[in-house]
Design a binder for this molecule. Structure first.
Ligand code: FES
Length: 635
């Protein structure tokens, strides 16, 4: 088959690909993955590129008229027919996401604080032994000699598997019978035998998110976090959300394996970077704990995810057995134990269980609402007596996806907006302080609240007849200009369109309807909530009064709100360090009630009521009123 050269600008990276390859696939090959909300179906417009020279064939798809005029084409719908030169605009590049590793955590910043509740009993530990050398008369096998010594000196009934047995004879003799043995706490399986004094047990906590992946390396002996690292999930090239990934996995031959490999490549690259920078041998990492949503867990393990999205939405397994790194594909000690956080249901996964563990919502009597607003709004309500959870498809709008100029909370993102009520002029707060490139979730919330307060939009989100050059008509409807091209870092106007506003209102409506559905199911009023914990990077920049003003979050005093950062990662760290914590996570998942929002009318009725700013029932938002005109103390 003919091979052609594809050169990507401005990175100036060239790859050779077969004729008929899409520009999207070639960019992936070149290590320059492009954004994709639709999973390459040609409907989202996120993968726009410019063909500078060369022969291509455009197969279809729908590009926003504005971009078509500017000479863009959809990478997922453009097939290579000869050597080509392609420019990737920065907004189409998936790029390196800033991943939440250190946060403004106002709950428990230090793992040591958290371990106050739990003993340090790590998933793996190292024990030192001195074995008697075999002789013609003391001629027990190597394995028997090792197991007998553990029994006698440590009172441990251990086991070993074939992989370890294959290496054992040399390991014992090279160590001169003075050894360090690494044992798994779950079943006392021997993971590694090394010369005495060289054994260290490291563990990896992995937060496998739909958009980003974060990894931390822990010294299981001391309980210290050695390093953290994070990047975007390479699966993003196959779609932004779990549904498009499931569709890719189940409707393309080899699709599931592509997604498994993409997740593994992401994790393994992060592991290599962390271990390489610290000079740690991968064999020394003998435990891993993965927290991810149910779809991510299925895809990582190559388990068919088809039935997760088909009613009645049944996962292949909610609780998974302890696995070995070699069977999962993690590049650490092949015999390392891998524990995967249990799920509650198809859309309340191990990441939420991990977060519930870390935040300790089941440890006290205080009625707590724990919310993770990501692609899905997942939430848990309860205390030590009971727990109820649900997931509402909020969509990725608050992660900046599906919004014309949306982006994640990173340098260059607009995180705050002020609109002068008289002149309707705009002031922006940009993360990092430079020129804006787009607008992130907290900026979108702020913007919606301020547009409403300035009377530029009404309670349904429709633009009003106001006079300002910032409000203009386009072929695709009205839009409001937040930053003019001359001010922005990508030399394009940063806008919020009427369609963006509708999208945001649907997202916020879904989250609030989820909260109301949980409360109504247990016959409680909003005021009964004593504490609201917000998880995820989103919370780091979130301005609570504005989130209340648009009706995303309940109208409760700000002091009831707590930001907890990346609770999925922190829960995985905790579970690695303390067996009792891991046992508690298993129990949490088993006893958490799951409310399926698509069963019955409750959620839909709540959702429809929540499609206003802030809500149809203004009495639910006493501090907001109708949200317009007066500059109240909402900041
Ligand atoms: Fe190309 Fe969505 S239009 S990925």
């Amino acid at each position: 088959m003919n091979q052609f050269k594809v050169t990507f600008l401005p990175a100036d990276v060239t790859v050779r690909v077969a004729a008929g390859t899409t520009i999207m696939a070639a960019a992936n090959e070149a290590g320059l993955p492009l954004k994709s909300t639709c999973g390459g179906a040609g409907t989202c417009g996120r993968c726009a590129v410019k063909i500078e020279t060369g022969e291509v064939q455009i197969q279809g798809g729908r590009l926003p008229a504005r971009m078509e005029k500017e000479g863009y084409t959809l990478a997922c719908q453009t097939v290579i027919k000869g050597d080509v030169v392609v420019t990737i605009p920065p907004e189409s590049l998936l790029g390196q996401h800033q991943v939440l590793l250190q946060d403004k955590g106002r709950l428990q910043d230090s793992l040591t604080d958290l371990l106050g509740h739990y003993p340090l009993e790590p998933a793996c530990s190292v024990t030192s032994l001195e074995l008697a050398e075999p002789t013609l008369t003391e001629n027990a096998s190597d394995a028997s000699r090792l197991l007998a010594a553990l029994r006698k000196e440590k009172d441990l009934e251990a086991s070993l598997d074939l992989d370890l047995l294959r290496k054992l004879p040399d390991s014992l003799r090279q160590a001169g019978w003075q050894i360090d043995v690494t044992l798994a706490a779950t079943n006392n399986r021997i993971i590694q035998v090394v010369p005495r004094g060289t054994g260290r047990a490291y563990g990896l906590a992995i937060d496998l998110g739909t958009t980003t992946v974060a990894v931390s390396l822990l010294d299981l002996g001391s309980g210290q976090i050695v390093a953290r690292n994070g990047s975007y999930n390479r699966q993003a090239a196959y779609g932004d959300d779990v549904i498009s990934r499931i569709i890719h996995a189940t409707s393309n031959e080899g699709g599931l394996e592509e997604l498994r490999q993409a997740a593994l490549a992401t994790i393994n690259d992060l592991i290599s970077a962390i271990l390489g920078s610290r000079g740690i041998n991968p064999a020394g990492v003998t435990a891993a704990c993965v927290a991810g949503n149910t779809t991510m867990a299925h895809l990582l393990l190559g388990i068919n995810p088809r039935y997760l999205r088909l009613s009645p939405y049944i996962p292949a397994a909610a609780e998974l057995p302890t696995l070995k790194a070699a069977e999962v594909g993690l590049r650490i000690n092949p015999g390392a134990i891998v524990q995967i956080f249990p799920a509650v249901a198809s859309y309340v996964g191990g990441d939420i269980v991990s977060g519930a563990l870390f935040t300790g919502i089941a440890r006290g009597e205080e009625l707590t609402l724990f919310i993770d607003i990501g692609t899905n709004g997942e939430m848990v309500l309860g205390n030590s007596d009971w727990l109820i959870s649900c997931a509402c498809s909020a969509g990725p709008a608050f992660e900046g996806s599906g919004i014309t100029c949306g982006m994640r909370a990173m340098a260059g993102a607009i995180e705050g907006v002020t609109i002068d009520p008289e002149t309707l002029e705009v002031e922006l707060e940009v993360i990092g302080g430079g020129r804006p490139a787009g607008i992130c979730g907290s900026g979108l919330i702020d913007c919606l609240a301020k547009l409403r307060r300035a009377g530029i939009i009404d309670r349904t989100g429709n633009f009003q007849d106001v006079t300002t050059p910032r409000l203009r008509q386009t072929d695709e409807g009205p839009e409001f200009v937040l930053a003019w091209a001359a001010q922005s870092s990508n030399h394009r106007d940063i806008v919020l369109t009427a369609a963006d506003i509708k999208n945001l209102i649907r997202s916020k409506g879904a989250v609030f309807a989820g909260i109301q559905s949980l409360l109504k199911t247990v016959s409680l009023e909003m005021e009964a909530i004593e504490r609201i914990i917000i998880a995820g990077g989103f919370g780091n920049y979130l301005h609570i009064p504005n989130a209340v003003a648009i009706g995303l979050l309940p109208d409760l005093p700000p002091e009831k709100y707590v930001f907890a950062g990346n609770t999925s990662l922190k829960g995985a760290e905790l579970a690695l360090l303390s067996r009792p914590a891991w046992q508690e996570a298993l129990e949490l998942a088993r006893r958490m009630t799951y409310l399926e929002l698509s069963a019955g009318n409750l959620f839909m009725e709540e959702f429809v009521s929540a499609l206003f700013l802030p809500h149809t029932q203004l009495e639910l938002f006493p501090s907001v009123g109708n949200g317009s005109g007066s500059e109240r103390s909402l900041g």
